[in-house]
Write a protein of this length. Structure first.
Length: 191
């Protein structure tokens, strides 16, 4: 697994040991970042605050840092994943721009001060088929993790239903093999 673009392009990342983490395929990550760069209307990575939720190895957050994001917050409940993220941050020289939080992403509360500014983009890569993506999206907005107008990039199984919570609009929806990626824009909470 490698960073596919930006200043860390080609640098390897390690993945957590075992079979509990399913890293996003490199070709899917590359396609998602190409869409973000060329196909979606949003301000871009320069100076952005990023969330990588169900982070695993942290590949999405590190890819965003490589492409100009100012900082990344990684959320995972597994200690092995968090240790791997810290190792990847150190290997890339990004430890000062990274916050690592051990939280249950589907039951988020208000962000701790360590999370920093509201995120303009969040990556969600929940385990397929467990229905964790919609409640996590709702928690990101209800508890102040995602800025208004921000994007949430949700990877789910190709045949997995995803009903986005109120206040989100779908900006794009693509499938690659077993993965489906839904680009959701946080508009506002309905009145």
């Amino acid at each position: 697994m490698k960073i596919v673009g930006g200043r860390h392009r080609g640098r390897p990342l390690i993945a957590p040991a075992g079979e509990t983490t399913r890293p996003t395929a490199g070709r899917v990550r590359e396609a998602v970042f190409n869409i973000l760069t060329h196909g979606i209307d949003w301000p871009g990575f320069d100076g952005a605050s990023v969330l990588d939720v169900f982070a695993g190895s942290g590949a999405n957050g590190f890819e965003a840092l490589s492409r100009g994001a100012a900082r990344a917050t990684f959320i995972d409940s597994a200690g092995a994943a968090l240790a791997t993220i810290r190792r990847n941050a150190a290997r890339l020289g990004e430890a000062e721009r990274v916050t690592v939080l051990q939280l249950n992403a589907a039951q988020l509360e208000r962000p701790p001060a360590a999370a920093g500014a509201l995120a303009s983009i969040a990556f969600l890569d929940a385990p397929y088929g467990l229905g964790l993506t919609a409640p996590t999206l709702a928690g990101l907005t209800a508890h102040g993790w995602l800025a208004a107008g921000g994007l949430a990039i949700a990877e789910v199984g190709a045949r997995e239903a995803l009903v986005v919570p109120p206040g989100f609009s779908i900006a794009d929806d693509r499938s690659w093999g077993a993965a489906r990626v839904v680009f959701c824009r946080w508009i506002a909470m309905p009145q």
